[in-house]
Design a protein around this ligand. Structure first.
Ligand SMILES: O=c1nc2n(C[C@H](O)[C@H](O)[C@H](O)CO)c3cc(O)ccc3cc-2c(=O)[nH]1
Ligand SMILES: C[C@H]1O[C@@H](n2cnc3c(N)ncnc32)[C@H](O)[C@@H]1O
Ligand code: SF4
Length: 372
């Protein structure tokens, strides 16, 4: 595995060196993942868009008072989930703003109306509702979690996730992406990764690139994720996500990462991380499928036939058929996966509640690889 010291000087890698690194990463991927590239057929449920943070890159967040700030009702949640189930989705991605009740009376009032004190309690109830009424798997992406939160959500989710984003404390300063975002304090994010490890939660994390971090900070973030995995063994996948600038945000005019920067980062991520960790890049944020595959990725993440990417609403998902075609053009086979990877599913007593374990056995038989 590549060390920090080996990775730091790559900041100045030229095109030839980048190509060589990508070939190395691609070969390593082939060795561990073969010719299969996966995706998860999912529905996206933005349970609330109110959030106590205001990340400089985020358009998802809406302050109370703005016309579309809301918390979804159980009926709204189930309408999306049921329709997704009908379309063959197996993952319910709950992605939401963080702890709005700690900042906004409007959020507290709406939660009280629904019968809950906190977003996490309501989230747990919605996961339970999904479990009781469908065959789908909840995956929880609710940001920073306390020990209590992890313990509340673990029994009702197949896996959880939280983008580390970056370990840089500098990004918390005024004028930077994470200024005044209590949930983006690196030690808090790392603590969540650690708690997930302590309680054996199959976990998705990743880095957001191009948010003002230096190359060294990017490398440090990947190393930190890998170290967590070495300690606990719970990191099932790492997402390398490229920042997209959005009108109306603090970072509207910030430069987006260039393609070559993304490809170098993917290759270095593949070379730094334990090769058994899945490496994912979203297919809708820069449509360079072939370049991504030949930089070492083995997963496209969640793709939905129903819901939009609420975090990047202007970026449409590719049709699954088209993703299959693009993947096969590169000589790889697209295959559906679940929200929990096989190595965790195969150790249910360690990684799953009894309820989740039963559900997975049932779902596995329904999973339809595009190639029989
Ligand atoms: O549609 C999206 N899915 C996102 N997902 C979902 C993920 O890419 C897939 O749905 C996987 O299938 C989850 O196992 C996240 C999951 C996490 O745990 C953490 C962060 C993300 C980020 C996104 C995202 O920006 N857009
Ligand atoms: C769910 C994840 O979406 C990512 N995210 C939030 N805003 C943007 C953006 N403008 N561009 C790309 N990714 C973004 C963050 O990494 C967050 O953790
Ligand atoms: S990225 Fe997440 S934490 Fe940051 S403002 Fe948006 S919803 Fe809140």
């Amino acid at each position: 595995m590549m060390s920090a010291e080996q990775a730091y000087p790559l900041a100045t890698a030229d095109s030839d060196e980048i190509l060589a690194l990508r070939q190395q990463a691609s070969a390593l991927r082939d060795l561990h993942w073969g010719d299969v590239v996966t995706y998860s057929r999912k529905v996206f449920v933005p349970l609330t868009n109110m959030c106590r943070d205001t990340c400089g890159y985020c358009t998802f967040v809406k302050p109370p008072g703005s016309p579309d700030a809301h918390i979804m009702s159980p009926e709204e949640v189930m309408a999306v989930v049921k329709e997704g189930e009908r379309l063959g989705c197996k993952e319910v991605l709950f992605s939401l703003g963080e702890k709005p009740e700690k900042k906004y009376p409007e959020a507290r009032a709406r939660l009280a109306e629904l019968g809950y004190d906190t977003m996490v309690d309501y989230l747990r109830a919605m996961c339970q509702l999904v479990i009781d009424n469908t065959s789908m798997l909840p995956h929880v992406n609710a940001g920073t979690l306390s020990e209590e939160d992890v313990l509340k959500l673990r029994p009702v989710s197949a896996s959880m996730g939280m983008m580390l984003e970056n370990v840089s404390r500098r990004l918390m300063e005024k004028g930077q992406a994470h200024y005044a975002c209590p949930d983006k304090v690196p030690v808090q994010r790392l603590r969540t990764l650690e708690l997930a490890g302590k309680y054996n939660v199959p976990f998705t994390t990743g880095i957001l690139i191009g948010i003002g971090e230096t190359w060294q900070e990017r490398v440090d973030s990947l190393i930190a994720i890998n170290e967590m995995h070495q300690r606990y063994g719970h990191i099932q996948e790492v997402i390398v996500q490229n920042f997209r600038a959005k009108p109306g945000t603090a970072m509207a005019d910030a430069p987006e990462p260039e393609l070559e920067d993304m490809l170098l980062t993917l290759a270095v991520a593949r070379l730094i991380l334990d090769p058994t960790i899945s490496l994912q890049a979203p297919p809708n944020l820069q449509e360079h499928y072939k370049d991504y595959i030949f930089s070492g990725i083995n997963d496209w993440g969640g793709v939905s036939p129903l819901t939009i990417d609420h975090i990047n609403p202007e970026r449409a998902w590719p049709k699954i058929q088209s993703l299959e075609f693009k993947t096969s053009e590169c000589g790889y086979r697209l295959q559906e996966r679940l929200a929990i990877y096989p190595q965790y599913q195969n150790l249910p007593e360690k990684y799953l509640s009894a309820e989740m374990s039963l559900r997975l056995d049932a779902l596995e038989s329904q999973r339809t690889p595009l190639y029989a």
